[in-house]
Design a protein around this ligand. Structure first.
Ligand SMILES: Nc1ncnc2c1ncn2[C@@H]1O[C@H](COP(=O)(O)OP(=O)(O)O)[C@@H](O)[C@H]1O
Ligand SMILES: [Mg+2]
Length: 297
């Protein structure tokens, strides 16, 4: 049986970044004689009816054996799974990775090190009456400065460091209705973190990221990258973190604790691989396709 796969990226997002990832995966697959077709997620419409589910305009016989899902459309990922396609990463993993609160809950349940975090109680936007009193205890517990972080966000854009109670309250008012958390600021990691790329049960590439002008080290926000050789403790933590959310592969971000100990910051189930290649010369796509080929045997 010749293995056939799809790679799916978001057709709505601007810029080449997402197609770029798909093409890297496709090239890596072709090196291993695996045929992969690239699809935009919005070309594949989920169809649901009585005793029938499918993708509109795709015959059952045209479905692939597996899909690399480079998007966060978890309904589509789930639909593929229900149709018998093996999806990497799974719909459940993508959903958990996308939601930072869900991620921290999984990590805490496994006893893995994370910044102390307090989750904002769910609020309905239209009620529009946030009582700030309940946050007093949270700020007292976490101290200042404190990190205010939305559950859903990327490129550091939904992560704020705030130094006064007034600022905390202003941000909370703005975020009212969205899921967010308050989080201990790991000041020993100011402007730097490490990205470890896990595939299966191995760290295959790693780098540190450093920003000279911001507490956030995201490369998209101007952080610079450097090849890194993680310690055994850092490797083990990254692998355990990826496993905690059931990821086949993931970019795991670790912060530097006060005594140099690693602390999990986030797990990206859809981590980009070009930056890692530019920095380390390691093509993570080759490892991903190798892992998929072995898993699909
Ligand atoms: N608790 C924290 N303490 C210190 N720095 C943090 C903390 N949380 C996040 N950061 C910094 O902010 C950056 C972005 O946060 P992150 O949670 O990874 O969100 P995003 O998904 O937007 O990248 C991290 O790479 C790190 O540099
Ligand atoms: Mg991040």
């Amino acid at each position: 049986m010749e293995l056939q796969g799809w790679v799916i990226y978001n057709g709505y997002l601007q810029g080449n970044k997402f197609l770029d990832f798909a093409e890297w995966i496709q090239r890596a697959a072709s090196k291993q004689n695996i045929k992969m077709d690239i699809y935009r997620h919005n070309e594949l419409l989920t169809y649901l009816a009585v005793s029938s589910m499918s993708l509109l305009n795709v015959k059952e016989t045209e479905l692939p054996h597996f899909a690399v899902f480079a998007d966060k459309d978890i309904y589509l990922a789930k639909q593929l799974e229900l149709l018998g396609v093996h999806v990497f990463n799974s719909a459940e993993t993508i959903a958990c990775s996308d939601d930072k609160i869900a991620t921290y809950q999984k990590l805490a349940a496994k006893g893995l090190p994370i910044p102390r975090t307090i989750v904002a109680p769910k609020a309905y936007h239209q009620l529009n009456s946030v009582s700030l009193n309940e946050y007093q205890a949270a700020v007292d517990q976490l101290g200042l400065p404190v990190i205010v972080k939305e559950a859903f966000g990327s490129f550091g854009e939904q992560v704020h460091m705030v130094s006064t109670k007034e600022e905390v309250y202003n941000i909370i008012r703005e975020l009212h209705g969205k899921p967010f958390m308050l989080q201990e600021c790991i000041s020993s990691s100011y402007g730097r973190d490490m990205r470890l790329h896990v595939v299966g049960d191995k760290v295959v590439a790693a780098m540190t990221r450093h920003s000279s002008h911001d507490f956030r080290s995201n490369v998209t926000a101007g952080g610079s990258m450097q090849t890194y050789h993680p310690s055994t403790e850092e490797n083990d933590l990254a692998i355990a973190a990826a496993r905690a959310i059931g990821a086949d592969f993931a970019g795991v971000d670790l912060l530097f604790g006060k005594n140099g100990e690693p602390i999990v910051c986030e797990i990206n189930s859809n981590a980009h691989i070009r930056n890692m290649y530019d920095c380390t010369g390691i093509n993570v796509a080759d490892f991903i396709m190798d892992y998929i080929r072995k898993t699909m045997k």
